[in-house]
Design a protein around this ligand. Structure first.
Ligand SMILES: Cc1cc2nc3c(=O)[nH]c(=O)nc-3n(C[C@H](O)[C@H](O)[C@H](O)COP(=O)(O)O)c2cc1C
Length: 324
């Protein structure tokens, strides 16, 4: 049986960022946000010797595993792996424009072949896990609603329940993945229109949501929102999601957050780079004045793998700066 889960506020999949460690921190800060892994190519998911480090979940549910791929057998296996690692959802990436991903025949270039995407979603589907899609509005410089609707119409035949839409086109030639997150214009109206056309599918809006206040407003108009860079730059903003969006009590930023996080990462030291383990938490310095001394001390401790000293220093930082 699939569980009923709120996707009112989702943290977007971000390669290099939404690691198991970042997700641990996100979950400590927000009980209600729906989380995503980084995109993982199906081949790596199936064959990687360090699979544990890539997709460990540690009960940070609700959470989706995002995969990139278009080989039917691999997608079927990926879905079984997601289930074995206790993910609530498996999501197909049809939005990444990078050259490497195009070479592997996955990501945004799949929007050219709606039948293949339909087959891919069918391969991911099984009775125990939700299979979902993350896509763009279309391809190239011109926005074309008919193209988007025809694409979604084909995918709707799978019985899919949830689609995340990065509400801009992907441009596959001439601009970088970064450029593809700013240059093609956003169009939230296409997402609104598609919702009326397919009322049985939840469409989660993504792209350009740069404050929790904006997210709060958009949640009233859409089935849910997905937020990427705002959280990447300052994960501690997730505290406001539970208070403002889910109307829960404010949790203070205190020692327990740091202790809880270190409890999870300490046993991983030696199996994983200290930078990957520490980097989500280092955003704690975001826009806090006079934190340079702390940052440089932590850098020194990281070089020497002195994880206990880093923990102590961060606790001191919190009490000194009185973060709330
Ligand atoms: C560093 C970075 C890595 C990303 N990696 C992925 C990814 O692995 N899978 C994916 O579907 N989108 C990826 N994206 C795109 C985001 O999920 C999201 O669609 C995009 O950033 C727009 O949302 P935002 O304006 O809230 O940041 C990435 C974005 C960033 C900034």
């Amino acid at each position: 049986m699939k569980k009923e889960i709120s996707r009112k506020f989702c943290v977007a999949p971000m390669m290099g960022y939404t690691t198991p460690y970042a997700r641990k921190l996100y979950r400590i800060l927000s009980k209600n946000s729906f989380l995503f892994s980084e995109m993982i190519a199906t081949k790596s998911l199936i064959n990687s010797k360090s699979r544990e480090n890539i997709i460990d979940n540690d009960f940070n549910n609700p959470v989706a595993l995002q995969v990139g791929g278009s080989e039917i057998d691999e997608l079927k296996k990926a879905s079984q792996i997601a289930l074995a690692y206790n993910y609530d959802e498996i999501n197909l990436n049809v939005g990444c424009p990078s050259k490497a991903v195009q070479k592997g025949s996955f990501g945004a270039c799949l929007m050219r072949d709606k039948l293949l995407v339909r087959n891919c979603i069918e391969a991911l589907q099984n009775a125990k896990i939700e299979a979902t899609l993350k896509c763009r509005l279309g391809l190239g410089k011109e926005l074309n609603y008919e193209f988007f609707e025809e694409f979604i119409d084909e995918i709707s035949k799978t019985g899919i329940k949830i689609i995340y839409v990065h509400a801009r086109n992907a441009i596959l030639n001439g601009i970088s993945p970064q450029g593809n997150r700013t240059i093609p214009p956003l169009n939230y109206n296409f997402v609104k229109k598609i919702k009326y056309r397919f009322p049985n599918i939840s469409f989660i809006l993504n792209g350009g949501i740069d404050s929790i206040d904006k997210a709060e407003k958009l949640i009233k108009e859409f089935d849910g929102v997905m937020v990427g860079r705002l959280i990447k730059n300052n994960p501690f903003i997730l505290k406001d999601v539970d208070t403002k969006i889910f109307k829960e009590k404010n949790i203070p930023i205190d020692e327990s957050i740091i202790n809880n996080y270190f409890e999870y990462i300490k046993p991983k030291l030696g199996l994983e780079s200290i930078f990957r383990l520490m980097s989500p938490l280092l955003n704690i310095f975001f826009s806090v004045p006079h934190s340079k001394v702390y940052k440089s001390k932590i850098n020194d401790y990281m070089k020497d793998q002195k994880i206990n000293l880093i923990e102590d220093l961060l606790i001191k930082f919190i009490s000194e700066k009185k973060l709330s």
